[in-house]
Design a protein around this ligand. Sequence first.
Ligand code: ZN
Length: 403
Amino acid sequence: MNEPKAETGAPLPGPPNGLSPISGQAAPDEEQARTYHRAQRVLSVVGFVVDFALLMLLLLAGWSVGFREAAERVSRHPALALLIYLLLLGLLFKIPDLVIGFLKGYWLEHRHGLSRMTFGQWLLDEAKGAAIGAAIGALGAEALYAAIRLWPRDWWVVCAAAFSLFFILLAHLAPVLLFPIFFKFKPVEDSALVARLEDLSRRARTRVRGVYEWKLGEKTKKANAALMGSGSTRRIILSDTLLSNFQPDEIEAVLAHEFGHHVRRHLLWGMLVQTAITFAGFYLANRALARWSHAFGLRGPSDFANLPLLILTGFALSLILLPALSAFSRRMEREADAYALGSIPDREAFIRSMEKLAQLNLGERRPPRWIEFIFHSHPSIERRIQFAREWNPARRRTSQAGA
Ligand SMILES: [Zn+2]
């Protein structure tokens, strides 16, 4: 939450390896980037394993039932008891989460000279993120168990529909509601650049309501840009780190990629896929409850002590789907790159923007193949540059006609 991962022309924490584009020599950053990403992956896996172990302990060792009993000693009201249970659960998860969050979001970022945040600033962002996460999580859990109590048979359909709508609403409102909690924005003053980007948006047949400078530089050295929101909240945001390091044609290339997502209807596809997964997840949760809601000392489907079981079902589903979703995402990124290359005058600007993003963000140019296959939402920087070099300008006409 403290660093929303906006959609950039390059993976934010994403991909370096190899050869410096200028000299052909091994880049000095290469080894550092590899170390950085390896550490990130290790910490992510550790975080996942710890969460998984805690969920198993909650179920198998009876901790979850114990939490529920403690909560019901305070209040017998189901909604209030659930809130107290969630508080206990939140505290249990927050302890390892804070440690791993500190190592990943503060220590590692400072170690590699990326973060510019003081410990206090980092902690403040953590607290904000935790508060927002807790509010959304509590709302979701209360709605979930209210639905199970009201519609014991069809709750999962109701929840899947309601949660899907909520996710869509959140994507629409995040730029105006959530982002300003963490970052400052101001309209971009460079009118030539704004005109250039508005021209790009016209060619993509979309309307943006403003181009904003995103004050990312007080937090990190990394650069980022995004086309976010929809309808009245649709806007272009460009990090100050991008504005100060990139030439106008390179910024145009980064944004052209974002417009590629729009032209190819990726947001819509993303929503459809997310809705399908939400329905699949709630269906599986319903099956899991049918099977295990009287095991582990649980009292039935409406017993909120079964929450770890539902979360574990979600974990299992996301693990199974991860490679497919990553592949789906990489395919969309490739399409957006193709659109970008077709809509800018010079492919070299695109290639330079990739190089700069890799440099500023300590991107891994060539991650291990299997890692890219499973985890990466974007093709590696090296593949994207290769794709740009092999891009055939003759296809520009067809790609624009297709747009
Ligand atoms: Zn993209």
